[in-house]
Design a protein around this ligand. Structure first.
Ligand code: EPZ
Length: 417
């Protein structure tokens, strides 16, 4: 098990360069198998989630060449084999192979373990989309077989604007016969990034980024070149760290429009932010005002930033509120933040944060990716040393986090115990 040791209260300044978006890359990598020829994807974050997906590609016979942040994928020798559980269970995004293999071969067999610590996370909307396109689904426990004689375009309404279901249905529909319309589609920027990738291959997708996406099926998809958009969640996490302990900290290589909800909350509470075309400079202030936040689908306040943002609220004067509307169990950082000195109460999906409370370093544990990120933020702001256990969760989604924080003045060490 890996642990992080952090000595808090260091003033952080300099430049953090944001990597490619995890939640885009984990869809682009499975989507690449839809091409009949080589694809190159650049700005791919070097995180364990992308490594796990490349392992599945190689299992399927795809040639994978990684050169720093570029991936060259050659699917010409691919075989449609059942994806075993030991590969698919490493991350939930393995479910994008369902849409990609169904879209390419009209058949996919894979084990997909449901749920994770932040919630039940069913895939009923993904499966409803596949059935609408003409697929038959057989499921024995965690093993799914999805098969279609023919995939035909359909009108699909999503009961919830699910990111995963929107992308998975796009992957299954790009080569279906005729036109597919996805209504109440998710509008996250990562969906636009995936739709652009598919269009670069020759797909015919319009409306990505709006709540109605139209897909005209095509016969073939060629190789192409594509770039992953910057990670708005990594960027938001470092913005929050800058608001906690930054001195003119520059968060570089970002798309500020993707962070509007967070930026407006930071300004509302009194954080000094200088927003430029592709970077933001953040400068810690004293006496932050309390604010209330409700997580929503994009462009609302991102649920993935709720957990790090909660740390900042512990330093605001007064009673702040967070309502988590997307997941049923996304407050697992709270007991550890309270152990560090925070004053947070939970009732159902609402958290009340009374501040400001000084944070003291101690031993804590990462329970999930973004809870882990919140503990890193808290440790950087705390007095003394914090040891964070199970940091494998954090390494799934934050590229070179130890190097990036060390480069801006943090006292942080990763240890294997
Ligand atoms: C994506 O998950 C992200 N993961 C999540 O980021 C992110 O929190 C989430 O979108 C919301 O923005 C990736 O992109 C790999 P959803 P996804 O389908 O696609 C319910 C992180 O920290 N739902 O929009 O799984 C579901 O239970 C991760 O980087 C159904 O009920 O999110 C949840 O309550 C965590 N049925 C809500 O929708 C379905 O078929 C949001 O799910 C699908 C989803």
């Amino acid at each position: 098990m890996k642990t992080l040791e952090i000595i808090g209260k260091q003033e952080l300044s300099g430049v953090v360069r944001i990597a490619g978006a995890k939640n885009s890359a984990v869809a682009l990598i499975p989507a690449a198998i839809l091409a009949d020829d080589k694809v190159t994807i650049c700005n791919v974050p070097e995180i364990t989630d992308t490594d796990a997906l490349c392992e599945i590609l190689e299992y399927l016979g795809v040639k994978v060449n990684r050169a720093s942040e570029s991936l060259v994928l050659d699917p010409k020798a691919i075989e449609n084999k059942e994806i075993p559980e030991h590969l698919s269970k490493k991350l939930r995004a393995s479910y994008y192979f369902m849409g990609a293999l169904l879209g390419k071969y009209k058949k996919v067999e894979m084990c997909f373990p449901g749920g994770c610590s932040i919630g039940a996370r069913p895939i009923n909307l993904h499966l409803k989309g596949f059935e609408s396109l003409g697929a038959k689904i057989t499921q024995e426990k965690d093993r799914y077989c999805v098969e279609a004689e023919e995939l035909k375009g359909a009108n699909i309404y999503l009961d919830f604007a699910s990111v995963g279901a929107t992308i998975n249905i796009m992957l299954a529909a790009v080569k279906a016969k005729g036109k597919t319309v996805i209504d109440n589609a998710a509008k996250e920027p990562e969906i636009v990034n995936v739709a652009t990738f598919l269009n670069n291959m020759g797909a015919k997708i319009t409306g990505a980024g709006t709540s109605t996406i139209r897909i005209q099926g095509v016969e073939t998809l060629s190789g192409c070149f594509h770039e992953v958009i910057p990670d708005r969640i990594e960027a938001g996490t470092y913005l929050i760290i800058g608001a906690l302990c930054g001195k003119y900290l520059k968060i570089d290589n970002i798309i500020p429009e993707h962070l509007e909800a967070l930026i407006s909350k930071l300004v509302e509470m009194g954080v000094e932010v200088d927003v430029r075309q592709d970077y933001i400079i953040v400068n810690k202030q004293e006496n932050y005002k309390h604010v209330s936040v409700k997580t929503l689908t994009y462009p609302g306040f991102a649920t993935d930033l709720q957990q790090p943002f909660m740390v900042l609220l512990t330093q605001c004067t007064g009673k702040s509120m967070i309502e988590e509307t997307i997941y049923e169990n996304r407050f697992m950082q709270v007991p550890y933040l309270n152990k560090m000195g925070a004053n947070i109460e939970i009732k159902d999906r609402k958290a009340t944060i009374q501040g400001p409370t000084p944070l003291m370093g101690c031993e804590v544990e990462a329970t999930d990716l973004r809870a882990g990120a919140s503990l890193v933020a808290a440790a950087l702001a705390a007095e003394g040393k914090t040891t964070i256990k199970n940091v494998e969760h954090i390494l799934r989604g934050y590229e070179q986090i130890v190097e990036k924080l060390t480069n801006i003045g943090a006292k942080i060490e990763i240890k294997e115990i």
